[in-house]
Design a protein around this ligand. Structure first.
Ligand SMILES: [Zn+2]
Length: 208
């Protein structure tokens, strides 16, 4: 569970306990008097604040459970970060992670999922996270990434920048250095330093 959700739930419970502890004796004391209903009405906003915090705290847990139960869950690799400037959290944009995974048909897919946070903290590049897809929407299930191995993870990571769809496509191939004409071996989309002229050379050939 995320720290913010834990905080919301604890604060919600704490707030409700305090309001009940203050309001119940007051209600008992004023029972039968004209002020009783006024006091009862006054207590509603206090309890509502507690309920709102509890609902916010639990909603992400409820959502994750729904996606896990009704949708399909996958493990994937974090390959990149993005930010969403339209969603600001404490004046910092929402952090989105790009997760690359094998779908149920064994095809490589990349999906952008919200971390719900304004920091990359806990989500490390190249590590494993669990995601779940339901009704065409994918959410992040893991609260933090794990340094666990996934079968075929080299393929997931190595094909990310090159747009390749299988490991065979990222084999180095003959590529002529545009600066000195040397024959280099570079996988498509990847960059190497030419050992003859020290310039950086990117294999810019694309797959059809
Ligand atoms: Zn060269």
């Amino acid at each position: 569970m995320k720290a913010i959700n834990k905080f919301m739930i604890i604060f919600g419970i704490f707030w409700m306990l305090i309001s009940v502890a203050v309001l119940v004796p007051l209600l008992i004391a004023f029972n039968g008097t004209e002020d009783f209903f006024g006091l009862l009405a006054l207590s509603i906003p206090f309890l509502a604040i507690g309920i709102v915090f509890l609902v916010i705290g639990f909603s992400s847990i409820v959502k994750k459970n729904k996606y896990l139960k009704k949708g399909t869950s996958y493990y994937g690799k974090i390959v990149a970060y993005e930010t969403d400037g339209t969603v600001m959290i404490n004046n910092r944009p929402l952090v989105i992670v790009q997760v690359r995974y094998f779908d149920r048909n064994g095809r490589i897919n990349t999906v952008s999922v919200s971390t719900g946070s304004n920091t990359k903290s806990g989500y490390n590049l190249g590590e494993t996270v669990q995601i779940a897809e339901y009704n065409g929407k994918t959410i992040l299930i893991s609260d933090r990434s794990q340094n666990t191995r996934l079968q075929g993870e080299e393929t997931l990571i190595m094909t990310y920048n090159t747009g390749a769809e299988s490991i065979t496509q990222i084999r180095p191939e003959s590529y002529t250095c545009p600066h000195c004409g040397a024959n280099l071996m570079i996988a498509r989309g990847q960059t190497v330093k030419c050992p003859y002229c020290d310039s950086y050379v990117t294999n810019e050939r694309k797959w059809a």
